[in-house]
Design a protein around this ligand. Sequence first.
Ligand code: DC
Length: 220
Amino acid sequence: MKFNIAIDGPSAAGKSTIADILAERLGYNHLDTGAMYRAVAYQSLKKDISTDDEEAIVRMIEDMDLEMTIDGRVILEKEDISDKIRTDEISMRASDVSKLAGCRKALVAMQQRICAEGGYILDGRDIGTVVLKDAPVKIYMVASAEARAQRRVLQNKEKGLDADYDKILADIQARDYQDMHREVSPLTKAEDAVEVDTSDMSIVEVVDWALNLIKEKTGE
Ligand code: DC
């Protein structure tokens, strides 16, 4: 039987990249839960709903036709918004909506439904502590804010986006603070999670480390 794997950690620590590669190696699916908070942020902006208005945001989520495809696309009301949700504005707004208990409740329920049959790698902030409390493998991936900012600069340059190091570092630090200090399910390491600091590791090294851990914990 296939199980589920939890990966948590702060923004830009490499969770999604590693989850994608692990999913391919293991024949699992990757669910990027951050993209779901981003989709909520995108829709609230489009509909001009304040991120302080929890009731309206929850009603909006109930009416939302959101599809997370197996190949990692985010489809909102038949529109592919995968790239549109990657802007700085949506990043901060996603962190804002993720503070709302009602928003978290709705998205956690969706995430648990999607991976009910097993065979999923979920990455986010509350996967090991809330969404997949019983997952046999929990990874807590961290990296220094400076290393994460440096990686984002390179990624943004490749994509032709704004790549100002100081601004990116400040954004990362602001989002870290907000995600770790919110009242509901703040980002924190689950007791049974294994921490890895990827600051000085290559992608290949992190993948090898994770595959060893998965083997050790599950025999796969
Ligand atoms: O992983 P990301 O940067 O795409 O996530 C965007 C925001 O969503 C992040 O700032 C915090 C929030 N988030 C969350 O609260 N819980 C999750 N499981 C995933 C993301």
